[in-house]
Design a protein around this ligand. Structure first.
Ligand SMILES: Cc1cc2nc3c(=O)[nH]c(=O)nc-3n(C[C@H](O)[C@H](O)[C@H](O)COP(=O)(O)O)c2cc1C
Length: 185
């Protein structure tokens, strides 16, 4: 079965994204095409990039990089659940991406963004696309942007607005199709 990493890109201890990522994990499991593994960047706690050699060499001096490499290598596809800060993707997330190179290549990727404002973080997802294609990843045609995140997250977790589950299913369908028949980036 296709192994999908759902990577929560948030690192703040009070992140609103964590319940969103948990919801995405549940939806991806229900989708049926994937064996789903949740990943929380806050738990990984990677330092700022501290590898002496380029990631493209695959020569990693640090155990945290080797662990991160093995985790991404273990997956056939990924979904990033990412917040928007100041109109773009976040620094800790880009740092985690930059740690690796070959591990990302050819990997289908779905994007679920969120923000406090009305864009749902779509600008952050758009900003990310050239990075992903540079890495040879295969972005899903569709993406999900969740606006007004602060009003959707509470004690009961993430309260998904009507229609969002269907939107996410579309992204997951795209990712599953790209795993079967990859299209060059
Ligand atoms: C540094 C920072 C910058 C932000 N910039 C924006 C922004 O440009 N537009 C927006 O709609 N929300 C912005 N927000 C609000 C976040 O989108 C919202 O708090 C979201 O929950 C952040 O994700 P997190 O809770 O997982 O950290 C910003 C939040 C932070 C912490």
């Amino acid at each position: 079965m296709t192994r999908l990493l759902v990577i929560s890109a948030a690192t703040r201890p009070t992140s609103s994204g964590r319940p969103v990522a948990e919801w995405v994990v549940g939806q991806a499991r229900d989708h049926g095409a994937f064996e789903v593994a949740p990943v929380d960047l806050a738990e990984l706690a990677l330092p700022f990039l501290d590898e002496p050699e380029y990631a493209s060499t695959g020569n990693y001096a640090h155990q945290h990089t080797r662990d991160w490499s093995a985790l991404v290598d273990s997956a056939d596809a990924v979904v990033f659940v990412l917040p928007m800060y100041n109109g773009g993707f976040t620094a800790p997330f880009k740092n985690a991406v930059d740690f690796l190179y070959r591990e990302w290549q050819g990997k289908p990727v779905g994007l679920v963004s969120y923000s406090a404002g009305g864009t749902g973080g779509a600008p952050a997802a758009r900003m990310l696309l050239p990075v992903l294609t540079q890495l040879g990843m295969l972005p899903a045609e569709r993406s999900v942007a969740i606006a007004g995140i602060n009003g959707l997250v509470g004690d009961g977790g993430f309260n998904a607005p009507e229609g969002l589950a269907a939107e996410l299913a579309g992204v997951l369908d795209d990712v599953a199709a790209l795993v079967k028949e990859p299209v060059a980036a």
